[in-house]
Every structure is written in structure tokens, then in C-alpha cells.
Design a protein around this ligand. Structure first.
Ligand code: GRF
Length: 204
């Protein structure tokens, strides 16, 4: 078992971050959330981190050239020397340079069963498409948008009459479980990358 120093990148409300904080307090994961970094100074996630006594930093992405932002973000993350970087509602596409610098150390949670419905508004995409089943995916981040090797997925039914709000709410509760499970599998060295696939050593 190798406990990891984790940096969590956030942009918004931070319920996935909260799930990690809760799991850490309950000793369901051994990893330490060393720092939470947001591109959005108003993210509620920052408040959640501060309340839990976690160091926070803001690297604003607004009104700044993309390359400059990505380089500042890289410096802020690198300063923490993380073993693992978790994108938990981080609404920025990372540059190829950033991804290759932290190769195989970045994971993301996405609210659909990838490769279906990548990108923004995945819940609404699923409803509009008429999907009967959707879910969430935790995956390693590569240079593409939501294209990296899948670590795990959890599915739920799309109910008749679901709105973006009702589906988002049900999805979030499985996202929280999936993200905690993925971090636990990684810290237990149970996720083996083989090309674009992962093998999970789920037995003891
Ligand atoms: C989640 O649906 C996550 O899958 C997506 O952004 C949302 C963030 O929610 N990438 P929260 O900020 O963790 O509450």
C-alpha cells in the first residue's frame, strides 16, 4: 500500500472533493489531500477545502492567455510534488504539455459512460439522445477530451421524465462512490495500465 499525496483541481461546487475529504476522514482512503487548486476564485469547493484544513490555491484562468494559465497551473501543482492529481469538476482542458509532464498521474471523473457523451453537459446529452442507461467514468487523463484509459465506471438508469437536474443529482451520488473507489485502487497499486486499457487487481 502506497499512500499518495494528492492535489485536487476544482472549478465549482466541490461535492466530489467533499466525498474524498469524507473518505479520508473515515480512513476509507489513505491518501492525503495536500492541496486543492481552483481556476475559479469563487468556487465553493475552496470553502469546503478550507473548512477541512486543506491548503488551497487559486490560479485564475479568466482574462489570461491559455498558455500562461497552463504554465502557472503547472508550477502550482508541481510545487506540491503530488503522486496523484484528481480533476474533480475541473472545467478546463489541460494542455498536452501539462498532461505529459504528469503522465499517468492525472485522473478525472466524468458524468457519463465514456466514450458516450464526452465534453460538456454530459447529463443533458444522455437525456437528449434518449439513452436508457448512463453513468460515470473515472479515467486517466490523456491529451484528448475525456479519452484516457478507463479505470472504472458505474451505471444508473435514465428514468422517464428525468431532467438535467434530477439526473445530475442521482449521478453525483454514484460519482462520489466511483471517485473514492478509484483513488483507493490506485493507492493500493491495483490499477495496472496496459496501453489504453487498465487491468484492476481487485483480489487481495
Ligand atoms: C461532476 O458531475 C463531475 O463529473 C464533472 O463536474 C461535476 C462536478 O461536480 N466533471 P462537483 O463540483 O464535484 O460537485
Amino acid at each position: 500500500m502506497t499512500p499518495r499525496d494528492v492535489v485536487v483541481l476544482v472549478s465549482g461546487y466541490g461535492t466530489n472533493l467533499q466525498a474524498l475529504i469524507r473518505a479520508s476522514h473515515a480512513h476509507l482512503i489513505k491518501s492525503r489531500i495536500k492541496c486543492v487548486i481552483s481556476n475559479n476564485p469563487d468556487a465553493f469547493a475552496l470553502f469546503r477545502a478550507q473548512k477541512a484544513g486543506i491548503t488551497t490555491a487559486v490560479v485564475p484562468s479568466k482574462n489570461i492567455p491559455r498558455a500562461q494559465f497552463q504554465s502557472q497551473l503547472m508550477d502550482a501543482v508541481e510545487a506540491q510534488n503530488p503522486d496523484l492529481i484528481v480533476l474533480a469538476g475541473f472545467m478546463v482542458i489541460l494542455s498536452a504539455g501539462f498532461v505529459s509532464h504528469f503522465k499517468n498521474r492525472i485522473i478525472n471523473i466524468h458524468p457519463s459512460l465514456l466514450p458516450a457523451f464526452p465534453g460538456l453537459n454530459a447529463q443533458n446529452q444522455a437525456i437528449e439522445y434518449g439513452a436508457k442507461i448512463t453513468g460515470c467514468t473515472v479515467h486517466f487523463v490523456d491529451e484528448g477530451c475525456d479519452t484516457g484509459p478507463i479505470i472504472l465506471q458505474k451505471s444508473i438508469a435514465v428514468e422517464d421524465g428525468d431532467t438535467t437536474e434530477t439526473l445530475t443529482k442521482r449521478l453525483l451520488s454514484v460519482e462520489h462512490q466511483a471517485l473514492v473507489e478509484a483513488v483507493r485502487l490506485i493507492e493500493e497499486d491495483k490499477v495496472i495500465l496496459q496501453g489504453r486499457k487498465t487491468l484492476l487487481r481487485v483480489s487481495a
